[in-house]
Ligand binder design. Structure first.
Ligand SMILES: [Zn+2]
Length: 125
C-alpha cells in the first residue's frame, strides 16, 4: 500500500539530529521510510550457562537486562556482569559476546539503531 495508508501510533516518527536521522517504527512497517537507520527491539532469552557467540552489528546496541545475570565481553575490555534492570551500551561494530553466568534463564531487551539493508547480526567466523 502507499505510505499514506501506513498505520502510525503516537510513538512512531522520525528523529533528526545534526548528523543522524533515525526512523522510529514500533509494530509497523519500516519499509518505505527514507531514513538511513531504523530502531529495532528484540527480546533475547539465554539459558543458564549458554554463550551467545562473538558478533557485531551495523549500529549501536543498547542492552537492558530483564532477568538473570548476563556477562558481556566487549573486544578490548574487561567483561561486565549485568543483573535485572541494568543497561549496557555497545558501540557500532564492536565485537562482543554474552554469557548467562547465573543459574536460571537470562533475558534481555536489545535495542538496535542500525543501518537499513544490512544484516542485524554478523557472527565472527
Ligand atoms: Zn549484540
Amino acid at each position: 500500500m502507499a505510505s499514506a495508508a501506513r498505520a502510525r501510533s503516537p510513538m512512531n516518527g522520525t528523529v533528526v539530529g545534526a548528523n543522524f536521522s533515525v526512523e522510529i517504527t514500533i509494530g509497523g512497517d519500516v519499509a518505505g521510510g527514507d531514513a538511513a537507520a531504523c530502531l529495532v527491539g528484540v527480546g533475547v532469552d539465554i539459558d543458564a550457562g549458554v554463550i551467545a557467540p562473538k558478533h557485531s552489528h551495523p549500529g549501536e546496541e543498547i542492552v537492558y537486562v530483564i532477568e538473570g545475570i548476563l556477562e558481556y565481553s566487549l573486544e578490548g575490555k574487561a567483561p561486565v556482569r549485568l543483573k535485572a534492570g541494568e543497561v549496557l551500551f555497545i558501540p557500532a561494530g564492536v565485537i562482543h559476546s554474552a554469557k548467562n553466568v547465573g543459574k536460571v534463564k537470562g533475558s534481555e531487551l536489545a535495542t538496535y539503531i542500525v543501518e537499513k539493508e544490512k544484516p542485524l547480526v554478523t557472527y565472527l567466523k
